[in-house]
Design a protein around this ligand. Structure first.
Ligand SMILES: C[S@@+](CC[C@H](N)C(=O)[O-])C[C@H]1O[C@@H](n2cnc3c(N)ncnc32)[C@H](O)[C@@H]1O
Length: 233
């Protein structure tokens, strides 16, 4: 467990690693040279103005905990007119995504490299057209469940920052977390399920690229669940 610091001085617990294996020289160089240009820095006080980051974009989509960034990069490719902010604090994942951004010259991604909840709290109301939390850390032990990112406070912030009609996508391969997500969403009238029914939660829509974590889960014989929710009007 580590602590992150918001620019407002608020300190929060981060549950997870910031660093893994030592970065290769090329990735280290990208962290030093490319990341500063792409990093989202919160203002000293008040809300972040996302339009200042991406003046020409038609919409803003947020991915929380992008891991190695496969989904984020694929969405950015498929939706070049949309601006993306990816939030992730695991350095090795950030470096992997930077390599793809650099290789593919992706111009529509910015990175927030701290606790996504610090960013969410500073986004203006109704500023997001879509948000993704894909395969968040499951924290299966009873005493750790309070660490789960899909929780009342995060969903309330997403309800505030997503525009009416905007979509929230969640996924997990942990059956208990799936129940937890379904219950957490059902408890918030701000969200309505877009896909429901027997098989609907098991099928990933075609415009939803898979992630590294999902591929590992499927290879291990687990059944991911996919939730598509709409911010009610
Ligand atoms: C299990 S991994 C899944 C990664 C990716 N979404 C995938 O499906 O492959 C969860 C990721 O969320 C990140 N994470 C956890 N809490 C976070 C937070 N509060 N803000 C930003 N990222 C977070 C972790 O560092 C980790 O990389």
């Amino acid at each position: 467990m580590m602590r992150g610091t918001g620019t407002d001085g608020a300190r929060r617990r981060i549950y997870g690693r910031r660093r893994g294996r030592k970065l290769r020289a090329g990735r280290r160089a990208l962290m030093d040279a490319l990341l500063p240009a792409l990093r989202v820095v919160l203002p000293e006080t008040g809300p972040l103005d996302p339009r200042a980051l991406f003046p020409a974009a038609t919409d803003l989509w947020l991915e929380i905990g992008f891991g190695a960034g496969e989904h984020l990069a694929a969405q950015a490719h498929a939706n070049p007119q949309v601006a993306f902010i990816g939030a992730e604090f695991f350095e090795n994942g950030i470096a992997r995504l930077l390599a793809v951004i650099d290789r593919d010259r992706l111009a529509n991604i910015r990175l927030f490299t701290d606790d996504a909840r610090l960013l969410l709290a500073r986004l203006p109301e109704r500023s997001l057209g879509r948000a993704f939390i894909l395969f968040p850390d499951p924290w299966p032990k009873e005493r750790h469940k309070k660490r789960r990112i899909v929780a009342a406070t995060t969903l309330d912030e997403l309800a505030r920052t997503l525009r009416p009609g905007a979509e929230l996508r969640l996924a997990t391969d942990d059956p208990d977390y799936a129940e937890w997500m379904a219950a957490a969403v059902a408890a918030r009238p701000a969200f309505a399920e877009l896909a429901r029914g027997d098989g609907a939660w098991l099928e990933r829509p075609a415009d939803w690229p898979s992630t590294r974590y999902e591929q590992k889960a499927v290879a291990a014989g687990r059944n991911p669940r996919f939730f598509r929710l709409a911010r009610r009007r």
